[in-house]
Every structure is written in C-alpha cells, then in structure tokens.
Design a protein around this ligand. Sequence first.
Ligand SMILES: Nc1ncnc2c1ncn2[C@@H]1O[C@H](COP(=O)(O)OP(=O)(O)OP(=O)(O)O)[C@@H](O)[C@H]1O
Ligand SMILES: O=c1ccn([C@@H]2O[C@H](COP(=O)(O)O)[C@@H](O)[C@H]2O)c(=O)[nH]1
Length: 238
Amino acid sequence: MTKPAYKRVLLKLSGEALMGDDAFGINRATIDRMVADVAEVAELGVELAVVIGGGNIFRGVAPGAQGMDRATADYMGMLATVMNALALADAMRHAGITARVMSAISIEQVVEPYVRPKALQYLEEGKVVVFAAGTGNPFFTTDTAAALRGSEISAEIVLKATKVDGVYTADPKKDPSATRYDKISFDEAISKHLQVMDATAFALCRDQKLPIKVFSIVKPGALKRVVMGEDEGTLVHV
Ligand SMILES: Nc1ncnc2c1ncn2[C@@H]1O[C@H](COP(=O)(O)OP(=O)(O)OP(=O)(O)O)[C@@H](O)[C@H]1O
Ligand SMILES: O=c1ccn([C@@H]2O[C@H](COP(=O)(O)O)[C@@H](O)[C@H]2O)c(=O)[nH]1
C-alpha cells in the first residue's frame, strides 16, 4: 500500500467551514463529515494536530465587534475557538478518535493549558491534539497560530482546510475570473496580497521553511489525497 507523504501534519480547520450552509455556529452534519475525514487520515498513522478557527462564532474585526476595544474583541474571538475545539474533540470522541484539547489561554476547569512537551507526547501516543485559543494573543489569527504551532511541533506541512480549493489570483468568491495556482512561493503570495491567509502566517512559515497546502475541506476525500501527496489544492512553498 502507498505510504502517506507526511508523518506529522498541522491541520488548520476554518471555523467558517463548520457552519456548513447555516448562517453561523456549528452544523452537526458538517462537523461529523470533517471528523470522518480526519479519522481516515489518523488511521493511516499520520500524527495530527489541529488548529481550529473561530469565524463561525466571532471575529475581532467583524461588524459585530465595531466600537469594541480591539483586544477585547480578539479575546472573544479566541474564546470562540475554544468552543469550536470542544465541539470538535467531542465529535472526534464519537468517531472513536482520542483527542486532547490544549488552550493557549488558561481556562483550567474547561481545557488543559498548552504545554509543548505534553503536546508532543500526545502526538507520539497517536492522539489528535486540538490547539484552541489561537496564539493566546490579540491582533493575531488562527492562521498564524497554525504557523506557530506547526513550527513548534516540527510538523512537515501546514494543511489549510478551507471553503475554497486553493490559492487564487484573487478571492474566487468575489472575482469569478480568478484562476487557481498549483503552487506559489511565499514571497509571491505576500507581495500579491493574496488574502487566503494573513501575511504574518505566510511570513512565519516562510522563515521556518514550513510549506502550506491550501485545499477544500468541503470536497470529499481531499484531506486524504493531500496527505497521500496526491495532486490537490495549492502548495505554498519557500
Ligand atoms: N487569493 C485568494 N485565494 C483563495 N481564497 C481567497 C483569496 N483571497 C481571499 N480568499 C478567501 O479566503 C477564504 C479562506 O479563508 P478562511 O475563511 O478559511 O480563513 P479563516 O479566516 O482562517 O477562517 P476562520 O476564521 O473561519 O477559521 C476563502 O473562503 C476565500 O473566499
Ligand atoms: O491568535 C489569535 C487567534 C485568533 N484571534 C481572534 O479570534 C478570531 C477568530 O480567529 P480566526 O483566525 O479569524 O478564525 C480572530 O478574528 C481574532 O479576533 C486572536 O486575537 N488571536
């Protein structure tokens, strides 16, 4: 049987993708389908850490946060990712996956804190680690948390699972004439201001020589194809 292309990956799951076709929140069928994709990859023996976004619940720069102190709004956004992480780990448990949630913000009655050696231990034991609360700092995003945690755990790649199937010349939701890249360098993605990920995340991955694969989590089987090294999505490289 063909072996997976990676031993350890950092999967960034878009919070917004959890909504499915709903206006906000977590759609049960959608989260279960995503977890089934994760289970398929975990069964291959790939060590999997997940950073979950919060855009389905709260975003510090959203209209709902207008007039709020930015740092306060960002802390609310980070707390939203904790809720998503708990829902994700619970859905994983139902699917037979052993998952551990680790939070960058201390909420000790609810989740264990992020401690790097402990996270590494869980991964070596074959548990899926879900990193919650982003970087723990306002003015950042969960994409940057994915770049940070991916670097810390020596992941071979960051897999950005989102609603679009790769990096385009422009936002494909706004510009139907946009075309998809098979691969693109970090420098080009940053200089062209491609908004699929924030520039801080791109720069950190570039500096750490940590490639990113952007692909659609909505497309059935795409996560497994990415992990098997098959042609899927867009590779962002040094
Ligand atoms: N050049 C581009 N190529 C592809 N997608 C783009 C581009 N520019 C903007 N986008 C948009 O970026 C979105 C991907 O960001 P996504 O919502 O997954 O990230 P996120 O902000 O990390 O999510 P969340 O906050 O919900 O976790 C796509 O849905 C797409 O509409
Ligand atoms: O390190 C971080 C991560 C996130 N935030 C805030 O949370 C929301 C939700 O995260 P997304 O990456 O947009 O899904 C984000 O908009 C920030 O407000 C943060 O402050 N620091």
